[in-house]
Design a protein around this ligand. Sequence first.
Ligand code: SF4
Ligand code: SF4
Length: 141
Amino acid sequence: MMVGRKFLLTFAPAVANQPITQGLWRNFDITVNILKADIDESGGRLVIEIAGESSEISKANEYLAANKVRVEELKNYVRRDTKKCTDCGMCVSICPVKAYVMDTSDYHVIFHLDRCIACGTCLDACPPGALSRGRSSIMSI
Ligand code: SF4
Ligand code: SF4
């Protein structure tokens, strides 16, 4: 079954210059889409979406781990406390990928976590503090 999953890759300075990401395309039967890149020779982060068989994605993650890349799946990057949320709409205006949408039928904010690219912008911007860093699974370090 084909699945698309998002991962945050963190590169230490020692491996930031190496062509590790290219190996994903070359070595595995997967489709890789880079959603966000913030990396230079001093290290950094990539947010990627991988589509493919689960077994191939697992192998790709093992390959990244073997190359000292930290891999975190972004299933729960942001957690919204719906009891604290006041539907103020601040997150709707700042999220770069429209993960938050105002339902104008009842002015209720809907959160599409699957659209999140882990930019982190919303985490400190919520006036009542309803947004926090969720627990994502660390695949490897
Ligand atoms: S910024 Fe916070 S309170 Fe406002 S709609 Fe978003 S989650 Fe709710
Ligand atoms: S972390 Fe960034 S991309 Fe994800 S929901 Fe918040 S603002 Fe949107």
